[in-house]
Write a protein that binds this ligand. Structure first.
Ligand code: ADP
Length: 329
């Protein structure tokens, strides 16, 4: 009902009487009044004038269900399967629980704040309240578990397209899972897998996007290596719009992958790669290697050629890759 009222109020910029709203929605005027109050509590600015009616003045930039679903152009994702929270420990944790309960592909979990946002290899992901998009998506692809690492590439390609709508600068993908603007990290992707030997139960994709942070709102440890869409574009950005673009573009990239396989994805990935063609240092559990990152293979492994022309196949799971010149860590 709230959605319907909002849609009617959004359609024009005239006042709409309580009576007209109640006729259009088929509920009493008191019910309309209650819904309007509820919307105001959620942050919608609505003018009410006795005898004249209601007028929507401003929508909140909150990741509310009503906002996210309004004009969302996905085929399926989030449409029936959207969970929004003020605060969670980690959206991936919540999504994994929902996936274990059997929730379908395309289920989306989003929160205003994560108290324990996660990066790869047990690292933390800073997720301040109201400043970014902290979202997880449940996928159930019919692919072999050994191919699951390809999903991170699919997501990165979708993310790239989505973020390019909001900044005029180059957006690049750093292998395996970061999105950079001007060599600084604007978003990260964390792919978690639940599988049997031959079959994937589910994949949970966690994505964190820095949207409206100022530089001093990033923790000191990585302040000089992080950026936000606001910093990159010079203006505040509506988070709901970014989330909608992400869901639409990632769903498209995923459907392309299911229909045509990895090759169109990896082509687009390579065209926008930050890592390929650069000298890198790979830190592994048992030592490190240096060399030229010259390609990515079918399994999403990074191929690095060292000074002796030996090719090393690097799996994302257990390494950290740094540029040798120290530009970006
Ligand atoms: P890596 O880039 O080394 O693979 P991850 O993808 O696992 O690392 O991301 C975690 C790391 O990213 C953290 O250790 C921290 O340095 C950095 N980081 C954490 N939160 C953010 C954020 N909101 N924006 C940019 N960088 C972040």
């Amino acid at each position: 009902m709230k959605e319907k009222i909002l849609k009617i109020l959004s359609a024009g910029d005239e006042y709409i009487s309580g009576e007209k709203l109640s006729n259009l929605c088929g509920v009493s005027r008191t019910a309309i009044w209650k819904h309007i109050n509820n919307l105001k509590e959620e942050g919608y600015e609505i003018n009410s004038q006795s005898r004249i009616g209601y007028k929507l003045i401003k929508r909140p930039d909150s990741l509310l269900k009503t906002e996210i679903l309004q004009d969302l152009k996905t085929k399926k994702w989030a449409k029936e399967l959207l969970y929004t929270f003020e605060e969670v420990n980690s959206t991936n944790k919540v999504a994994k629980k929902l996936a274990n309960e059997g929730k379908a592909e395309g289920t989306v979990v989003v929160a205003e704040h994560q108290s324990q946002g996660k990066g790869r290899l047990g690292r933390t992901w800073s997720s301040p309240k109201g400043k970014g998009i902290w979202v997880s998506i449940i996928l159930r692809p019919h692919i072999l578990p050994t191919k699951a690492s390809q999903i991170t590439f699919v997501i990165a390609v979708g993310m790239l397209k989505a973020l390019k709508n909001f900044v005029n600068l180059d957006v690049k993908i750093k292998w395996p899972n970061d999105i950079l603007i001007n060599t600084k990290k604007v978003a990260g992707i964390l792919t978690e897998l639940s599988a049997e030997i031959e079959r994937i139960n589910y994949v949970v994709i966690g994505i964190g996007v820095n949207v409206n942070q100022s530089q001093n709102e990033f923790p000191l440890e990585f302040r000089d290596k992080a950026t936000s869409l606001k910093l990159a574009s010079g203006q505040e950005i509506a988070r709901v719009k970014v989330l909608q673009a992400m869901l639409e573009e990632i769903e498209k990239a995923y459907n392309l992958y299911l229909a045509e396989g990895f090759s169109p994805i990896i082509d687009q990935w390579k065209q926008n790669s930050f890592t390929l063609g650069k000298e890198v240092k790979v830190l592994m559990n048992d030592g490190e290697i240096e060399g030229l990152a010259f390609d990515v293979n079918e399994d999403g492994c990074l191929l690095v050629k060292d000074d002796d022309k030996k090719v090393h196949t690097i799996l994302a799971g257990d390494v950290s890759v740094r540029l040798v010149n120290g530009d970006y860590a």
